[in-house]
Write a protein that binds this ligand. Structure first.
Ligand SMILES: O=C(O)/C=C\C(=O)CC(=O)CC(=O)O
Length: 222
């Protein structure tokens, strides 16, 4: 199935929520245009972007014609519902299996990532970047302690069994942030093993932080 879409993704190379949407779009084989919003330059707080998303957060998926979706998990579930036959399914079929996948994926997207988001970091650190980084390390560690135990039980080749799912979509960016903020990843062999598998998959590589149009030159990978 070839999807003809008119989608624009407002994104920033290492925004973890943008990263997960990029993975999902690639796995679903949905083409999109990339509109970069530089968080470090505060472009998300400028009127041009606030008129697109009053929440000021990335990502936003613009559907064309003025409709903008502004929550990464809602965007991914929209793509899944809109294009069920394109690419791979991101949710399993049975309601029980779907709930398992959602509960693990939402644990990362709602239970870990928001606690270490840039706005929280700024408020907690109040100008002290080491303090902000320690805050992030603390909450990602607590989150990963539990996630590791859950994934020990659920994982096969991928996070839940042997098929890729929404859980795999949310893992790479959270691991990136864990490493960025000094979390000891040796405590998490299952998360690390899954991430090592995922980072070799072409759709994940094309979505990762190091291969985006706005990735800084010194961060780019071939
Ligand atoms: O330092 C920067 O480059 C600015 C922003 C980010 O990385 C994104 C975040 O902090 C939140 C997140 O994606 O989890």
């Amino acid at each position: 199935m070839v999807v003809d879409s008119n989608l624009t993704l407002y994104s920033y190379w290492r925004s973890s929520c943008s990263w997960r949407v990029r993975i999902a779009l690639n796995l679903k084989k949905i083409p999109y245009s990339y509109h970069s919003v530089n968080l470090l330059k505060g472009e998300h707080l400028r009127p041009e972007f606030l008129s697109v998303n009053p929440r000021s957060f990335l990502p936003v998926l613009s559907l064309g014609g003025g409709a903008n979706l502004a929550d990464s998990m809602a965007i991914i579930e929209y793509i899944e519902e809109k294009y069920p036959d394109s690419g791979i399914p991101l949710l399993p079929k049975s309601p029980e299996a779907r709930a398992v996948v959602r509960s693990l994926a939402y644990y990362v997207s709602s239970g870990i990532q928001p606690l270490q988001n840039m706005n929280v970091m700024k408020r907690v650190g109040a100008g002290d970047s080491a303090k902000a980084a320690a805050h992030n390390k603390h909450f990602i560690t607590i989150g990963f302690d539990a996630l590791e135990k859950e994934l020990e039980r659920s994982a096969g080749k991928y996070a839940v069994g042997d098929e890729l799912s929404l859980v795999d979509v949310v893992i790479p960016a959270q691991v990136y942030n864990a490493i960025r903020f000094g979390v000891d990843m040796s405590k998490y062999p299952t998360i690390s093993r899954l991430n090592a598998t995922l980072e070799k998959i072409p759709e994940f590589i094309a979505a990762d932080a190091w291969h985006q149009p706005d990735t800084p030159e010194n961060e780019r990978r071939s």
